[in-house]
Design a protein around this ligand. Sequence first.
Ligand code: SAH
Ligand code: SF4
Length: 396
Amino acid sequence: MKPSAPITQDVLTFPRKDEPSDKINLVGLTRDAFRQTLIDNGTPEKQAKMRMGQIWQWIYQWGVRDFEAMTNLSKSFRAELAEKFEIRVPEVVSKLVSTDGTRKYLVRIAGGHEVEVVYIPEDGRGTLCVSSQVGCTLTCSFCHTGTQKLVRNLTAAEIVGQVMMARDDLGEWPEKGAPKDETRLLSNIVLMGMGEPLYNFENVRDAMKIVMDGEGIQLGRRRITLSTSGIVPEIKRTAEEIGCLLAVSFHATENDTRDILVPINKKWKIEPLLEALAAYPRATNSERITFEYVMIDGVNDTDDDARRLVKYLKDYEIPAKINLIPFNEWPGSNYRRSSNNRIRAFATILMEAGYASPIRKTRGEDIMAACGQLKSATERARKSRKEILKDAGQAV
Ligand code: SAH
Ligand code: SF4
């Protein structure tokens, strides 16, 4: 980051709506549940499948939120729908735009909780980093999210709703009838925001099914990467029931060190984790497993670590690429980022052994949107917004 860069280019805060509602939210229901919900609320069984398909397309393909706009449904049916149902996505509380174009949204979900969602624009594509939980029950020692006390699983509606919210903000819903536009601002999804997705398996799966649905949000399964800290029993299920790409937060090559960095390692050690990854049915050369490796000064960044990592990958025959992530510092953490020279030396050993090992460019660091910096204990988020607004010379 250039030292002269301003902290943010753009700060927006949105008024809180937060009206409670007793209507049923149609967002996040699987096709079966959607159909059944219509039947339970009076749609004749014979019509339910067709109606479901029509409403589904309006919601997910065209981004429509108002039943009145669903013009291929009768006026009376639209009125009935509006009485019983709603199409609700998480409410944006604030949006920060980094000098590099990264956008960080703070969104509000039921119960007054807040989660962060990050959009990273790249050449000809863009990745949305989606959260699966408020906070995280795991306590990886280098991760800011892991220090958040409050934890709850997000519903499928809140997970797919993050994608819909981002498409709203990017203005990316197609006009009905317009020619298919192949350029997508939001072309990829990574489940790398707050939370451990495999501890919220069903909701993550249902949300991703909608994202991948050909009449839904229409992102192919290879455009979705789920990152796990290593919940071994759920890895096989991920391949079977979601079928997306897999990333694993590896971060250490010895059990002692990994026990500290990624404490779930005490339950599932490096060896059973590698076995599960080697058996991931989708792991092929074209669909390699991403090993995420955060580079922490003096902790996990020696040449010996790099060699041990190579040996593991060879011994277990895992088609892999290694993402080296320079440690992102956050207030209160005692770890330091490895030097650039150290990271390059580490990468060279991996590359010479035949493994792609890009050094991840840190994005959105100025707005605390980088990997592992997400934490939205309401206090902290409000305070920082206030401070940022003050810095930007705007009224708070
Ligand atoms: N819970 C899941 C997904 C969210 S974390 C998981 O752990 O895989 C997304 C990635 O950011 C993980 O690889 C995580 O280890 C990494 N990360 C966490 N804190 C970080 C930090 N301070 N600097 C760099 N990367 C970090
Ligand atoms: Fe949770 Fe992942 Fe952070 Fe570990 S790295 S505390 S699993 S979000």
